[in-house]
Design a protein around this ligand. Structure first.
Ligand code: HEC
Ligand code: HEC
Length: 249
């Protein structure tokens, strides 16, 4: 019984990991936050007033989903067809026309869900940026931070001065702290992220509460993830070749 249950848990964890990894890999650019910042942010703010177009905060309450989907696909067609709301918007913001967006139903749905859930305002408060999305470049940068080839913004010592780790380039690092090769799978994304918010020595008078910035944390986690052998969507295409990311073959 116990074995079966254990197996059930493990299988569940694997399934969860697959669910997490698969859609990200299939559509990282489709992530609503990324979509918003590449396709909408140049003309719209979220909660900071009009830019080229209106502030998008609360937009899902101002219009129906159907209207919004048509608008995002082609505001021009709606204006041409004389939709009253569309025409009055166009009159009010006549400096620039909003371009048409070729997005699927699913992408628009995700984008509107994102806007409704607080959009970019909630990004900062939100969960940990998942390293399943990390690329080879992120992993390389994370490795550079880990080994002190790039300085961390808070000026703390490189992780490798106290921790050893094994990666495709060999094993290196200090021995004051534990070896971190398999730390990613033990802590997982969230646990590791929380851990990295503080210094490894909490009892020292903590001059700095945040040992690394959230960007640095992302990069280091991406590196730890790859050292631990957990794939990211880029690595599934090509095995990680840390340090050789410019090699185009
Ligand atoms: C090049 C600038 C530009 C870009 C990029 C852009 N918009 Fe717009 N948007 C506008 C303008 C300008 C308006 C006001 C209506 C008009 O003049 O066409 C508008 C209006 C809107 C409205 C109606 C807002 C309201 O308060 O009624 C929504 C919704 C909207 N845009 C969503 C988006 C989304 C989602 C994206 C990204 C997929 C996007 N826009 C990208 C310029 C832009
Ligand atoms: C000055 C030495 C030192 C530096 C620098 C340092 N650590 Fe640590 N770290 C330690 C020690 C010592 C421990 C063990 C603490 C304990 O057991 O309470 C530890 C524990 C950890 C753990 C938990 C390991 C486990 O097996 O549970 C992680 C994860 C970790 N460190 C990550 C990092 C990362 C990432 C960096 C770089 C941003 C870093 N550490 C920098 C000394 C250091």
């Amino acid at each position: 019984m116990i074995t079966i249950r254990r197996f059930g848990v493990a299988a569940g964890a694997v399934a969860a990991a697959l669910i997490l990894v698969t859609p990200v890999r299939a559509g990282a650019p489709d992530q609503p936050a990324a979509m918003y910042s590449t396709k909408c942010k140049s003309c719209h703010t979220y909660g900071q007033g009009d830019l080229v177009g209106p502030d998008l905060k609360g937009v899902t309450a101002r219009h129906s989903r159907g209207w919004l989907a048509s608008w995002i696909r082609s505001s021009e067609r709606m204006i041409r067809e004389g939709d009253v709301t569309a025409v009055s918007l166009f009159r009010r913001y006549r400096q620039q026309r909003m371009p048409d967006h070729q997005l699927s139903d699913v992408q628009i749905e995700a984008l509107l869900d994102y806007l409704e859930a607080g959009g970019p305002e909630s990004d900062s408060r939100k969960a940990v940026r998942p390293t399943s999305m990390a690329g080879v470049k992120d992993i390389t940068l994370g490795r550079d931070l880990f080994f002190g080839r790039r300085n961390m913004s808070s000026g703390i010592a490189a992780c490798s001065s106290c921790h050893a780790i094994q990666d495709p380039q060999g094993t290196a690092g200090g021995s004051l702290g534990p070896d971190l090769t398999e730390v990613y799978s033990r802590y997982q994304e969230k646990g590791l992220s929380q851990f990295l918010e503080r210094d490894c020595f909490p009892r020292l008078p903590a001059a700095r509460l945040r040992a690394v910035t959230s960007d640095e944390s992302f990069l280091i986690r991406a590196y730890l993830r790859s050292a631990d052998g957990e794939p990211t969507w880029v690595d599934e295409v090509r095995a990680p070749s840390v340090g050789h990311s410019n090699d185009r073959r």
